[in-house]
Design a protein around this ligand. Structure first.
Ligand SMILES: *Cc1c(COP(=O)(O)O)cnc(C)c1O
Length: 408
């Protein structure tokens, strides 16, 4: 039995290789994970996921961020089913569009308006287009190494990308006000936008919340330059603060990009903005075949209301803190030096002196073998469905995983 199911993942990969370039694209290519990670999945429920080999995991990747209330959340799915029975893709939107825009504007303090699309990349790209339309300028200042999506202006790969695709982009260091000041000075008079991630969550690096000083200085510099301050909240949106992630440092952007968790796994993205950029947002031409589909909007309405009414963020924080405290004590007990950074509900765990990822990969593989799905270098995600019992079960597995790493 085990042998047979083990072969299913292998068989699917072999078949995929013949008909899909590289068998899988982008970050989900299992080749980017230590060997032993499954590529294919069959089922999800709550905070659990089952791979095609039938193995069950407590999931700390949450579909790479979209799952926030739990997989198959009954309230979100009921709203989606109700809407689907009436219509999803139609000649135009349903009233869900207006209801959702009203809910977002009511929930997010900087937002005077909202627009919707499908992917985070749609939203980050629209923010930049709106900023350029609104300011009539070209330059976009970005933090070096930050991820904003997967089209030529921002993809981490350079294959198929021309220099011209990235003309008018310039880079500063996140949380380094002096580097941003210097870049603003160097591009004076031509700055359309300063773009910042909700927090520094670069792959394979310690995560870092924005310092209040940096956030305030970014706001001032954008104001002085008459440019847009854009927060890319695609990854962190609704996990740190219902009003947008920079509410935690008391700074409001002009524009923000949202996606991942907004509809608990249904495909949706949003741009929010203030009145300063309303006219520019009206003038740009942006659309997509599926952007007015109603099921994901019904799911988003249910997701945002449930997160708000059940203190979803509080639950994630409690679960994340329990996990972090448990891991900290275990690592200490096993004599291993780890760094847990980022907000507790969006952690990354890195080992000291582990440039080749030998320890980190081994730890994650040992946890995986014991039914806990972690990631060695990427931001992980807690959800409102992770209970104390789930965290304690995960910690039992990680204790054994640390013990195995300590024996290496
Ligand atoms: C995932 C992500 C994006 C891109 O979103 P897609 O839905 O994959 O297009 C943009 N910015 C950040 C911070 C992300 O984490």
């Amino acid at each position: 039995m085990d042998q047979q199911v083990t072969n299913l993942d292998r068989e699917l990969r072999a078949r995929a290789l013949r008909v899909i370039p590289g068998a899988m694209w982008g970050h989900q290519n299992a080749l980017r994970l230590p060997e032993g990670y499954p590529q294919y999945f069959t089922r999800t429920e709550g905070c659990r996921t089952w791979d095609s080999n039938g193995r069950e995991y407590i999931d700390f990747i949450c579909g790479w961020g979209p799952m926030i209330l739990g997989y198959n959340d009954p309230d979100v799915e009921a709203a989606a089913v109700r809407q689907r029975s009436n219509g999803d893709c139609m000649n135009g939107p349903s009233e869900r569009l207006v209801e959702l825009a009203e809910l977002v504007v009511e929930t997010v303090p900087h937002a005077d308006w909202a627009m919707f699309s499908k992917n985070g990349t749609d939203a980050t790209t629209a923010c930049i287009t709106i900023a350029r339309a609104g300011t009539g300028r070209r330059k976009v200042l970005l933090a070096r190494g930050a991820y904003h999506g997967a089209i030529p202006w921002c993809t981490p790969s350079v294959a198929g990308v021309t220099e011209e695709d990235r003309a008018h982009l310039a880079y500063f260091e996140y949380n380094d006000a002096a580097s941003l000041e210097a870049l603003v000075e160097a591009n004076k008079g031509d700055i359309a936008a300063i773009v910042v991630s909700a927090f520094r969550h670069d792959l394979g690096k310690d995560h870092e919340l924005p310092t209040p000083e940096f956030a305030r200085r970014a706001r001032e510099l954008a104001d002085e330059a008459n440019a847009a301050l854009i927060v890319d909240d695609v990854r962190a949106g609704f996990r740190l603060d219902m009003g947008g992630s920079w509410e935690v440092v008391g700074v409001r952007p002009d524009l923000a990009a949202w996606s991942k968790a907004i509809a608990n796994g249904h495909a949706l993205a949003a741009v929010t903005g203030n009145d300063r950029f309303r006219d520019a947002a009206t003038r740009i031409y942006t659309t997509g075949s599926f952007w007015t589909a109603s099921v994901s909007m019904a799911a988003a309405i249910a997701t945002i209301k449930k997160l708000r009414d059940t203190d979803g963020i509080g639950k994630m924080r409690t679960a994340g803190q329990r996990l972090r405290d448990g891991l900290e004590a275990q690592a200490l007990r096993h004599g291993l030096k780890i760094r847990q950074t980022g907000p507790v509900q969006m952690p990354v765990i890195l080992f000291d002196d582990d440039a080749d990822r030998r320890l980190g990969n081994a730890f994650c593989l040992e946890a995986l073998a014991r039914g806990v799905y972690l990631h060695p270098t990427h931001t992980m995600f807690l959800s409102a469905a992770h209970t104390n019992a789930d965290i304690d079960a995960a910690l039992q597995a990680t204790d054994e995983a640390f013990a195995a790493v300590a024996r290496l």
